[in-house]
Design a protein around this ligand. Structure first.
Ligand code: PLP
Length: 453
């Protein structure tokens, strides 16, 4: 039997990130300001360091990874790739299934990859503090850890309802030295405004973003950090796909299909973009983003300019969106509850270079449990979406007898999501109907902006 683990040496950690913009048929559409004109670097300089703003707008194919970032990554990178021998046997499929495991990072997901890069560039720029928001806590934990590594204070606005529901994610952030506040707080203008209207507000990601951005915009020593969506975040995550390609090279394989779950899009981008380069060079590889049927941004959204946050503070981005004030149902994959999607992922989908599937919640847990019982690792509810999509393809291969090579990214472990597994086991997990009317209504409230020619 072939090896189960495909491992790389620390010296194999990539030296450059891959920028997919270089291989896109069309230039990315620029973000727009409130006046409808493209946003220049200066408008972003109040909250991001220049090095990240440059990456946000870069078009060269390869961007060097600073040595201190590669050194910090050595704590858990290169991440392992596995051949899912036991899952294949349980499914009885002729397909070969491979997965890369990003849950080996100390915070338990891929988000640490960009947290380390962002903390590094901010430290280089003399920034002393980073403010950010977190929902379920994966991103807050990642930035707390990275801040600790580069001597930056981290302040996290955690959505109040999660602050109560996910106490251990909060204590992890505090263990790594971050200050965590239940948002809305009375420390910011935005928070006070919400509390004046509703003293019992449970908060939302949109409100937490407003508080974190406000803090960064009003303090010279403080910047803001975002865990997904933006081009520089997608760029940092390409370390996943670049390592995976080396791992495939090592065993003389190449995937027919690549799967990753997609919330804001950085996990999918990081996994799939390095394969876009091969596709542009004529290789036949299918790249599939897996999203929840209850928050079906790519498969049911509109391709339009919209705000990145619920309140409407960010520049307008051209992306697939369900409407910035669409409130997705409370599924357990909190990291996939986002109304929009990375502009780069959106444009590649619009141009037919990548594909997307939507999968219902109960079926994702069913796949996650089958995975845990065969491969051992308990997956994050987000990652279960990629597993579902990959298992469905493996079952199709069983029908057709095709020995396809399938690859997915296991973006994180589910050790802090066991309450969600409990709900699945007790039969209390529901499949939300596709929220057609809410989405329709939210799409009517899209800002009116002319599409680029
Ligand atoms: C946040 C998160 C995701 C979604 O990431 P995006 O890059 O925003 O698509 C996926 N898996 C895990 C484990 C996460 O924590």
């Amino acid at each position: 039997m072939s090896d189960t683990k495909i491992l790389l040496a620390e010296s194999d950690i990539p030296t450059h990130w891959y920028n997919v913009v270089a291989d896109m048929p069309n230039r990315p559409a620029p973000p727009l300001g409130p006046d409808g004109n493209p946003v220049g670097p200066d408008a972003l300089a109040a909250i991001f360091p220049m090095a990240l703003i440059e990456q946000e707008m870069a078009s060269e194919r390869w961007i060097p990874i600073p040595d201190p970032v590669r050194e910090a990554w050595k704590m858990y990178r290169p991440s392992p790739m596995f051949r899912a021998h036991r899952l294949e046997a349980a499914l009885g499929t002729p397909a070969k299934i491979y997965y890369k495991y990003e849950g080996v990072s100390p915070a338990g997901s891929h988000k640490v990859n960009t947290a380390i890069a962002q903390a590094y560039y901010n430290a280089q720029a003399g920034i002393k503090r980073l403010s950010t928001e977190t929902g379920a806590g994966q991103w807050g934990c990642s930035l707390a850890l990275a801040g600790q590594m580069f001597g930056i204070e981290v302040r996290v606005y955690m959505v109040k309802v999660s602050y109560g529901q996910k106490p251990y994610r909060r204590s992890m952030m505090q263990t790594w030295g971050a200050e965590v506040f239940a948002s809305p707080t009375n420390m910011t203008e935005s928070g006070r405004k919400i509390l004046a209207e509703d003293a019992d507000s449970q908060g939302s990601l949109g409100i937490a973003i407003s508080e974190a951005v406000e803090e960064a915009a009003t303090r010279a020593d403080t910047n803001y950090a975002l865990g997904s969506v933006l081009n520089h975040v997608c760029l940092h995550q390409t370390v996943i796909g670049l390592e995976a390609k080396r791992q495939f090279e090592k065993i003389g394989e190449y995937p027919d299909m690549v799967f990753a779950c997609c919330g804001g899009g950085s996990n999918f981008a990081g996994t799939a973009f390095p394969f876009v380069a091969d596709k542009a060079a004529g290789k036949n590889v299918r790249l599939v983003a897996a999203e929840p049927t209850s928050c079906p941004t790519l498969t049911k959204g509109h391709y339009a300019y919209d705000f990145g946050d619920a309140v409407g503070l960010t520049p307008l981005m051209l992306m697939y969106t369900l409407g910035h004030d669409f409130m997705p149902p409370g599924i357990h994959a909190g990291g996939l509850r986002y109304h929009g999607d990375s502009p780069l992922v959106s444009q590649l989908y619009h141009e037919g270079i990548i594909e997307a599937v939507a999968v219902p919640q109960v079926a994702t847990f069913e796949a996650g449990v089958q995975f845990a019982r065969t491969e051992g690792i308990i997956p994050a509810p987000e990652s279960c979406h990629a597993i579902r999509a990959c298992v469905d393809e493996a079952l199709r291969c069983k029908e057709t007898g095709e020995p396809k090579v399938l690859f997915f990214n296991l973006s994180g472990h589910g050790h802090f999501d066991m309450a969600s597994y409990d709900k699945y086991f007790s039969g209390h997990l529901e499949d939300y109907a596709y929220p057609e009317h809410e989405i329709e209504a939210a799409l009517h409230r899209l800002p009116k902006v002319a599409m680029p020619a």
